[in-house]
Design a protein around this ligand. Structure first.
Ligand SMILES: [Zn+2]
Length: 95
C-alpha cells in the first residue's frame, strides 16, 4: 500500500467520524428539546406561567385555579376563583 492511499484512507475515516459525531450531537439536541416540552405538558414544573383567559394575567401553573372547559375538554387556568366563575358564566351565555 502506498503512503498516499494510507493518507486518503485516514482522511476518509476522519471525515466519517466527524459526520457520525455531528449527527449524534444533533440527535441529542433534538431529544433534549422534546423532553423539555414533555415536562411542560405533565406540569410538575413549578415556574410555568399560564395566561388567565379572563384578565390575561400570567399565573404560576401550580397556584392557578383549574377548570376543564365544557367545549373541548381543554384545561384552563385562572388567577382566582372570581375569574374562573366569570369564565363559567361567559361560557354558559355562549351556549
Ligand atoms: Zn384573573
Amino acid at each position: 500500500m502506498s503512503p498516499v492511499k494510507i493518507i486518503i484512507i485516514a482522511v476518509l475515516l476522519y471525515l466519517g467520524y466527524r459526520l457520525l459525531v455531528g449527527d449524534w450531537n444533533k440527535k441529542k439536541d433534538h431529544g433534549a428539546d422534546k423532553s423539555a416540552l414533555d415536562g411542560q405538558d405533565e406540569g410538575p414544573v413549578a415556574d410555568v406561567l399560564i395566561e388567565d383567559p379572563i384578565c390575561h394575567k400570567l399565573v404560576p401553573k401550580q397556584q392557578a385555579i383549574r377548570l376543564k372547559s365544557n367545549h373541548n375538554n381543554e384545561i384552563l387556568y385562572f388567577c382566582s376563583e372570581e375569574c374562573c366563575n366569570l369564565f363559567v358564566r361567559q361560557e354558559g351565555e355562549n351556549e
